[in-house]
Design a binder for this molecule. Structure first.
Ligand SMILES: [Zn+2]
Ligand SMILES: [Zn+2]
Length: 406
């Protein structure tokens, strides 16, 4: 079982070539345990940045999310450390005490059909799909290629120290994500929900919201606010009439259902809204030329843009989140579906990387991937791209936690 390590793990000697320079605070490192399990760690703020003792060091790193607190036999720098980068510049902002109090937890990083792709397992190709077949030998928590529907949980620490949990999208795999990551990160509840759009992979878990709400046979609990567009509201009223209509017909039995409080937001970046104390700016984007989907810009201390479903940026939206427009983002979380070519309703790798270059955030994480992406291999390639372009970009993975001050 995965364990969150509260004490720094002991790291083994690593080759000088992999760490010839010092690591900076906030740098993510990834590696494999001697059992071959994937794991990763974040260099903490308390650590001296220069020179950093990696060889045989302990107390140098603290795991942010790891599979096993076992010695690593191989380490690689995950978020490429830019020569001029520092903690804040790499998209990790922290308070004076060191560890940022808020964080982003990537509950899901996969496409609508998720990974592993069932067809790769029940009608395997010859040769079989390596990425999907991994799921038969590796448990999900040790498999960064196991991807649920894309979804983000914002653990927002308010000024009074109280934590609020804001969930963006509640897809088909919501319950599985709760069982895995709410338990791992000790998330006790969902305080508000924001929907990007009304497709199945963003809303079909709404029924399961009752699983994370207090039990009341009479539905007498305070409803969880759900922020969504008028268009999404109308679609959800058709998909889940029992979650929208509150009044029972005569003779109809009372049944326990999720209690939700629907709040319409405008698909307009000039109409921000506040959910659980945090302000969100809607970022309308094309998700197919006939369909408007929302991304969101949030965070005062560190600016984050989350755009999970996009095929094209309207220029006004791109301007708001660009370095040369509304100001440089600390972190951009962006859609990428396939590795090559293009797709009518999503960015694929080439369009995603082009957009990252234009927008020029301090750091970017990619989500929404199909089984075409092999986490470690493609992140190696992305590391080269990142060094060349000066923007650290990595594929995210389910369960990735990004400490950040909002
Ligand atoms: Zn596959
Ligand atoms: Zn969609």
């Amino acid at each position: 079982m995965p364990v969150a390590s509260s004490s720094p793990p002991i790291l083994p000697a690593v080759s000088a070539s992999s760490h010839s320079r010092s690591l900076r605070s906030g740098t993510l490192i990834t590696g494999y345990t001697e059992q071959g399990h994937y794991t990763e760690a974040t260099c903490t703020k308390e650590q001296p940045t220069k020179p950093l003792l990696v060889r045989g060091a302990h107390a140098s790193y603290k795991y942010s999310q790891c599979s096993l607190a076992l010695p690593l036999r191989h380490l690689s720098i995950k978020s490429s450390e830019m020569e001029s980068g520092n903690l804040a510049e790499n998209g990790h902002c922290s308070d004076a005490a060191g560890e940022p109090r808020s964080s982003l937890i990537l509950l899901g990083t996969g496409c609508s059909s998720v990974v592993p792709n069932a067809m790769c397992l029940i009608q395997p190709s010859d040769p079989p799909c390596n990425v999907c077949f991994q799921s038969l030998s590796l448990p999900p928590e040790r498999n960064p290629n196991y991807r649920c529907n894309t979804s983000l949980l914002i653990d927002y620490c308010q000024n009074n120290g109280e934590h609020k949990y804001i969930l963006i999208d509640v897809g088909k795999t919501f319950r599985e994500q709760v069982i895995r990551w709410f338990t791992f990160y000790k998330i006790p509840q969902v305080d508000s929900i924001i929907l990007t759009h009304e497709h199945a992979d963003a809303v079909l878990g709404l029924d399961d919201m009752r699983a994370v709400q207090p039990f009341s046979p009479t539905n007498d609990i305070s409803p969880t606010p759900v922020y969504l567009s008028q268009y999404a509201m109308e679609s959800i009223a058709t998909k889940f009439p029992y979650l929208v209509k509150k009044k029972l017909k005569e003779g109809q039995e009372l049944r326990r259902v999720a209690q939700l409080d629907w709040k319409i937001i405008e698909s307009n970046h000039e109409k921000p809204f506040v959910a659980s104390g945090l302000q969100f700016v809607p970022l309308p984007v094309m998700h197919g030329e006939d369909y408007l989907c929302l991304g969101f810009l949030f965070g005062e201390k560190c600016k984050v843009a989350y755009i999970s479903d996009i095929s094209r940026f309207p220029s006004s939206t791109e301007y708001v989140i660009s370095k040369n427009g509304g100001g440089q983002l600390d972190l951009l979380i962006l859609d990428t579906l396939y590795k090559k070519g293009s797709h009518n309703t999503h960015f694929c790798f080439p369009q995603t990387l082009e957009a990252v270059k234009r927008i020029c955030p301090k750091r970017a994480l990619l989500v929404g991937m199909t089984h075409e992406f092999d986490h470690h291999k493609d992140n190696e390639t992305l590391m080269e791209w990142s060094r060349r372009e000066g923007i650290p970009v990595q594929l995210a993975h389910d369960g990735l936690r990004v400490p950040i001050d909002l």
